[in-house]
Design a protein around this ligand. Structure first.
Ligand SMILES: NC(=O)c1ccc[n+]([C@@H]2O[C@H](COP(=O)([O-])OP(=O)(O)OC[C@H]3O[C@@H](n4cnc5c(N)ncnc54)[C@H](OP(=O)(O)O)[C@@H]3O)[C@@H](O)[C@H]2O)c1
Length: 310
């Protein structure tokens, strides 16, 4: 029988952190986990949107335990402050690295730290966050890091030799690179955790997930969280055969985070690639290429100034 996200085992007692939790997949991941009893930390850059999401979850899930945390993944100082707060928590059972720019700017922009903005937001901030929250993850038995990748990794490839795209930026390349980097990082993290004796089911696992093709016009309307207009609903519903709502796209992320049988280094996504119930998938060759991973890791440590204790 396939795993059913609608009937999750109780997650009471667990603490789960979701980046970019105020909208889209991050919101529905958070709501689903809160409904199963987990305490969920909504890590968001905009406090008003974060509060709206927390209010929505409390309204839709009686007894939900949610809190908010300020985090701008495109700002390494904000990441450092958020990680310091997270390390004060008694435990983190899952750190879900979801925040992202999905419609990148047409022209190249840079983050406060001077890095290409899409890479900084989608990947570099998450690399630094995972590295800096390793202490609390390590003291939580069976904890997980869930890097959110994308099926764009099947459509575009890159050996990640030009992370900053100073002369060859275009929005599609920037987005694809950021998501390829997330996947390469996710699989490398698991290998490094195991090599350091910190991985496996009692240690820290890295399980990569992707949500297929999930769009807001096919997603339930929630005030302050998802309010697509009539035209957006109409256009998005024309794409029904190959899309799903973000509430359903969240299931692969949820499964990676809580399925007791999920092991480190696995890759979860919708059964029919773009949509469907979450199932084990095969990542692209680049995603698990160790030479690409080693170069990315070294460069990520240099760019962020953050070193993994691995
Ligand atoms: N939707 C899909 O079909 C699809 C497919 C493959 C992968 N993904 C991945 O899934 C993730 C979520 O996508 P989505 O479709 O749910 O997008 P979305 O609805 O646009 O939500 C993106 C979330 O990320 C947050 N975010 C953006 N920049 C941030 C920053 N600098 N710091 C903190 N949070 C930030 C947004 O916050 P604000 O509201 O403040 O902007 C929002 O909460 C992304 O990583 C995306 O690459 C999505």
């Amino acid at each position: 029988m396939s795993w059913d996200p609608a009937v999750l085992p109780s997650q009471a007692g667990k603490t789960i952190v979701v980046t970019g939790a105020n909208a889209g997949l991050g919101y529905f991941t958070s709501e689903t986990l809160a409904r199963a009893g987990a305490q969920v930390v909504l890590a968001c850059r905009n406090p008003i949107k974060a509060d709206a999401a927390a209010t929505a979850i409390r309204g839709r899930v009686p007894g939900a335990v949610v809190s908010t945390l300020s985090l701008d993944t495109a700002d390494l100082e904000s990441v450092r402050r958020a990680a310091a707060e997270l390390n004060e928590l008694p435990r983190i059972d899952a750190l879900i690295l979801n925040a992202g720019i999905v419609h990148p700017p047409k022209d190249r922009e840079v983050s406060l730290d001077g890095n290409e903005l899409v890479l900084a937001t989608n990947y570099l901030g998450h690399f630094a966050l995972a590295a800096q929250t390793l202490p609390v993850l390590q003291r939580t038995p069976g904890s997980r890091v869930i890097p959110v990748g994308s099926l764009i990794t099947r459509l575009m490839d890159s050996a990640l030799t030009d992370l900053q795209l100073e002369t060859r930026y275009n929005s599609a390349t920037a987005y694809a690179q950021s998501k390829i980097a997330m996947q390469v990082f996710g699989f490398e993290l698991d290998r490094r955790l195991r090599a350091a004796g910190l991985g496996g089911s009692d240690g820290v696992r890295s399980v990569v997930a992707h949500p297929g093709y999930s769009i807001s016009g096919r997603t339930p309307g929630i005030r302050g969280v998802n309010e697509p207009g009539l035209m957006k609903r109409f256009v998005d519903n024309l794409q029904a055969p190959f899309t799903q709502g973000k509430n359903r796209g969240a299931f692969a992320i949820v499964r990676a985070a809580v399925d007791p049988d999920a092991t480190g280094g696995q890759y979860y996504g919708p059964r029919f690639v773009v949509k469907g119930r979450p199932a084990l998938q095969t990542p692209t060759r680049t995603s698990t290429d160790r030479r690409v991973a080693e170069r990315l890791w070294t460069e990520s440590e240099q760019i962020t100034g953050v070193t993994f204790a691995l």
